[in-house]
Design a binder for this molecule. Sequence first.
Ligand code: AMP
Ligand code: ZN
Length: 488
Amino acid sequence: MQLKIYNSLTAEKEIFKPILEGNVGMYVCGPTVYSNVHLGNVRTFLSFDFIYRSLTHLGYKVRYVRNITDAGHLTDDGDVNNDRFVKQTRLEKLEPMEIVQKYTVDFHKVLDMFNLLPPNIEPTATGHIVEQIELTQKLIEKGFAYESNGSVYFDVLEYNARGLNYGELSKRNIEELFANTRDLDGQGEKKNPQDFALWKKASPAHIMRWNSPWGEGFPGWHLECTAMSTKYLGETFDIHGGGMDLKFPHHECEIAQGKACNGASPVNYWMHANMLTMNSQRMSKSTGNYILPMQLVSGENDFFEKSFHPTIVRFCFLQAHYRSVLDISNDAMLASEKGFSRLMEALKILNSITPNDEKQSGFSLEDWKTKCYDALTDDFNSPVLIAHLFEAVKFIFALKDDKETISTKDLEDLKSTLNAFVFDVLGLQNIEENNNEKLDQTLQVLIELRNQARKSKNFDLSDQIRDKLLAEGIELKDGREGTTYVLN
Ligand code: AMP
Ligand code: ZN
């Protein structure tokens, strides 16, 4: 089985060859924790969660690193008033690290809700200031960077003069870039408008600041990812991911920093996830065209007619390939909900099927498995994989109606393969099973409260608990072993 990955750098689907056989080093740009993540951000992280799960399922040992951007997210014009942390700090009158903590916790809660697995390492930009200063020094020593008025910039023209190619990922022509960029940043501090900041001098108003050989300041955004990916995955590693919008300038700058520092391209396979749109417009905080994950799950929004369980949202997202744009809509969510319950029903039916070793089945399990793995290894094609899973669903319903048969061996194989794809690879959750567990836990609490009421001779309350549950169709039965319940 050969895994093919679309490499944004070469714009081709390539056969995946890891640096160390059987192992994968993967870095994905994490969130800037200055506000709540919106559903669009979730889509990108979910795409890479699916890729991580798929690689693991295919037998790779993955070291998955996803950072937290918690230092000043430098804007193009370098204006301190545009630093996202400073802005939000003023607004909420909190310490910058209080903002960071608040939204990091929120980010984890949201990803947990959608059943995303945690990365193996989750480094923060503020925890790697020393490494970023060292990288900046190295770039100055090698002649790729220069200091100007307490800030340090990467010299894009020098980089190109040495035969390296700034713009290779975004396929931008340097002359074009020069013609189209205005020098807004640093009031003439830069040699060329395309030069980007590695280290930025902190103005008196800037709260997040660190000592450096160039005075007090803070690191540039692009540098943190180079520092952290190099530290945990090496100078060249297998996969780097992020949203499509990060290709330029963020990832372009990462390539330049890596090549300038180490003489080699830092990443073998660049993977970019496409955008989530709503009303056919990219979801984004700045335009106001966004929905927060909790608003969708709770139903408190004006866009969707009802609330949807996070696993339905996950299923909906995975029905689009990670490189395609996905427009979220009420109809798409309703269709996902319907498809999801059919899938869960099929899994339930599978447990009650009696195999038949005498009759020949019209369904070839081997062919079906091959098709599923072909889809998964074809650049992680989740919609095609899901379509194949539904062929199995159709077959299971035919088994139920005695229109098909299956051997004992195939039945076990189908069960384990389908369960692995649905729960391990797609990361879906069985809502019904979870609900049953919750119901049981809740009833145990009520039984305990009723016992306490009886002990303290509060029979009014204990009878009320019993009668109200009975009215809801839940009968409590007192026996020698304690109290049990029956759902009528
Ligand atoms: P940020 O916190 O702004 O750096 O964004 C975190 C991640 O979300 C990045 O990888 C972005 O590319 C991604 N992202 C932002 N907007 C969208 C969107 N509408 N759809 C999918 N991904 C997005
Ligand atoms: Zn990054």
